[in-house]
Design a protein around this ligand. Structure first.
Ligand SMILES: NC(=O)c1ccc[n+]([C@@H]2O[C@H](COP(=O)([O-])OP(=O)(O)OC[C@H]3O[C@@H](n4cnc5c(N)ncnc54)[C@H](OP(=O)(O)O)[C@@H]3O)[C@@H](O)[C@H]2O)c1
Length: 359
């Protein structure tokens, strides 16, 4: 498969999202998402379930009925045992076959999460037959913890070849601040990863070839601008807008970083993706989504390993070599929300982010 990079040129005007290649309801899916998430007449909970249902019916059910698309799919899953839940973050050293390989997996903040992380590391060691896998604790909801993590990475290695910014929370019902007072959806999904990437960039720049992969979402189509007020104000907080905003910020940052590095460090590529509606713990904050995904639609959601396939594709596939700044879904480049390409909005986001992290 040759990834399509010639995105259609868009003229200024109303935002009409479309996929690069129309397939399996792609265009329709984008329209449904945007329609649902921008209509103020539809209550929030219906929006959430509407987006989930549209995704399941337009994408997962056809796949479920007609089987997986075989064409062009590299056997990456055989090379890296992974699931979205397990591949919270991987930093690899000397990825080329047979050489010493190091993978660092991070996890959340509780002791249980740490234990789960250590178990995940043991699992990866067995499945990948690679003993050089290590666990380092990271809480993306605290700048101090992110700094500690980065110092620890610096202590353990002198080069980073691959950084995966995958952790996330979704649909947190009320304003739940991070250590620095940002809404946890924006704070963890975007700002924490922004800070982490900034701190690790010096090590990434030392790699002969490096990739940065970020997990965004189709939810980034759901808003055309980032609601900065709702990031630090409980009053202005909107659970759906803030999640969509955190993912729009991720796509914007992908574009910005790719553009910046293209000039100075063409050895580094930056891409982001939507993994599809997957059966993971992501929906546990919302009772409606939790009920739908645990009782109603369990069987119709993708397994986490299916979602992780897109992630591992961007991390390892030779087909992605040299491609940077794109939004992917199911191993294909997709049309981004045009707001993510707006240079003014990108600069506003970077200025805001630098101010928050004190740079
Ligand atoms: N599932 C879907 O349908 C779907 C669709 C679109 C996009 N996504 C995106 O996919 C990514 C992975 O989500 P998932 O579906 O795999 O959900 P998940 O099962 O809930 O996994 C989320 C991961 O994020 C970690 N995390 C949460 N808060 C953290 C923090 N403060 N510091 C460090 N790590 C933290 C969690 O670690 P602990 O469990 O250890 O706390 C967990 O490993 C997210 O960015 C999500 O937005 C998922």
């Amino acid at each position: 498969m040759t990834p399509q990079t010639n995105l259609p040129v868009r003229s200024a005007g109303p935002y009409i999202p479309s996929t690069v290649e129309s397939q399996r309801g792609g265009q329709l899916f984008d329209h449904v998402c945007v329609y649902l998430s921008t209509s103020s007449r539809i209550p929030g909970r219906l929006v959430e379930s509407g987006i989930l249902l549209s995704e399941i019916f337009l994408l997962n059910i056809p796949e479920w009925l007609f089987g997986m698309r075989k064409e062009g799919r590299p056997p990456i899953e055989k090379r890296l045992a992974s699931s979205i839940a397990a591949s919270r973050m991987a930093i690899e050293q000397d990825v080329s076959a047979g050489e010493r390989r190091k993978v660092v997996v991070q996890t959340g903040k509780s002791i249980a999460a740490t234990e789960a992380g250590i178990r995940a590391v043991e699992n990866i060691k067995v499945q990948s037959k690679n003993p050089n896998v290590e666990f380092i604790y990271l809480d993306l909801g605290s700048f101090q913890e992110i700094r500690k993590f980065s110092e620890e990475v610096n202590r353990r290695t002198n080069v980073v070849d691959l950084l995966v910014n995958n952790a996330g929370v979704m649909d947190v019902p009320t304003f739940k601040p991070t250590a620095e007072g940002h809404d946890s959806q924006f704070g963890i999904n975007y700002l924490g990863h922004y800070f982490l990437t900034t701190l690790l960039l010096p090590l990434i720049k030392l790699a002969p070839k490096a990739r940065i992969v970020m997990t965004a979402s189709s939810a980034h189509y759901g808003t055309s601008k980032i609601g900065y007020k709702g990031i630090t104000s409980a009053k202005a907080y909107d659970r759906i807008n803030n999640y969509c905003g955190s993912k729009l910020a991720t796509v914007m940052y992908t574009r910005f970083l790719a553009k910046t590095l293209r000039e100075t460090h063409p050895n580094i590529t930056v891409n982001c993706l939507h993994p599809g509606a997957c059966r993971t713990n992501l929906f546990s904050s919302s009772w409606l989504l939790y009920t739908l995904t645990t009782i109603g639609f369990q069987v119709l959601l993708r397994p986490a390993s299916r979602g992780a396939r897109g992630l591992t594709y961007l991390c390892l596939s030779e087909e992605v070599e040299g491609i940077s700044g794109e939004f992917w879904f199911d191993e294909r480049i997709r049309q981004k929300n045009p707001a993510s390409q707006d240079a003014k909005q990108q600069q506003e986001l970077i200025d805001y982010s630098n101010k928050q992290i004190g740079f």
